[in-house]
Design a protein around this ligand. Structure first.
Ligand code: 5GP
Length: 206
């Protein structure tokens, strides 16, 4: 029998899994991600670093670590990111340290990142489970981007175009294990939870 390492916590398991959730902005991806985080007790949300300006609803250190362009580039050079990408003109990156630490503890580590980032992660960690959230239609996506009243019309159009390309690339690239259509939020959350639990059980059984 092997003795478990002494630094492990009571909630630690041997069932660590990296969950990558992507989808265009405005699709309800963050709501689904946070619901998964709340429903699975040992899950941890990875707080990305970004150079995007903080909006009124963003909390620094909770939603993102908001950092300057110079600081971002310094961290890239220092090899601190598991992946990083430019999305709609801003830089985003997942810090490697917390991901490694949580996976070593057997936690479910949740990354809410774009397709470019998901590809980098899957190349480095093929056992990561990729989930992509789709809008019911392109019209619905544009309507949602407008309804959240966060961006100017110019930014909305830019995000809309990025989103359409992102959906096409997600379907093409083979990185995602499952696609969920968010036409009914509670159903989409249930579906995400079912898929994640199933994937975790499968990985544990191997
Ligand atoms: P938003 O500015 O709407 O919060 O995020 C824009 C896009 O960047 C979303 O698709 C979001 O998932 C993605 N994103 C957030 N954090 C990261 C990250 O660390 N890496 C990558 N590659 N994309 C991210």
């Amino acid at each position: 029998m092997t003795t478990p390492p002494r630094h492990r916590l009571a909630t630690d398991t041997d069932n660590g899994m990296l969950l990558v959730i992507s989808g265009p902005s405005g699709v309800g991806k963050t709501t689904i991600t946070r619901a998964v985080e709340r429903s699975i007790p040992d899950s941890v949300f990875s707080i990305s670093a970004t150079t995007r300006p903080r909006s009124d609803v963003d909390v620094d250190g909770v939603d993102y670590h908001f950092i300057s362009d110079t600081e971002f580039d310094r961290r890239v050079a220092a090899g601190e990111f598991l992946e990083h990408a430019v999305y709609a003109g801003n830089k985003y990156g997942t810090l490697k340290g917390p991901v490694d630490a949580q996976l070593a503890r057997g936690r479910l580590m949740i990354l809410e990142i774009d397709v470019q980032g998901a590809k980098q992660v899957k190349a480095k960690m093929p056992r990561a489970f990729g989930l992509f959230v789709l809008p019911p239609s392109e019209e619905a996506l544009l309507a949602r981007l407008r309804a959240r009243k966060r961006d100017t019309e110019e930014v909305i159009q830019r995000r809309y175009n990025v989103a359409r390309e992102e959906i096409a690339e997600a379907k093409r690239c083979g990185v995602y294990d499952a696609f969920i259509v968010n036409d009914d939020l509670p159903k989409a959350i249930d579906e995400a939870l079912r898929l994640v639990r199933e994937a975790r059980e499968k990985r544990a059984a191997r």
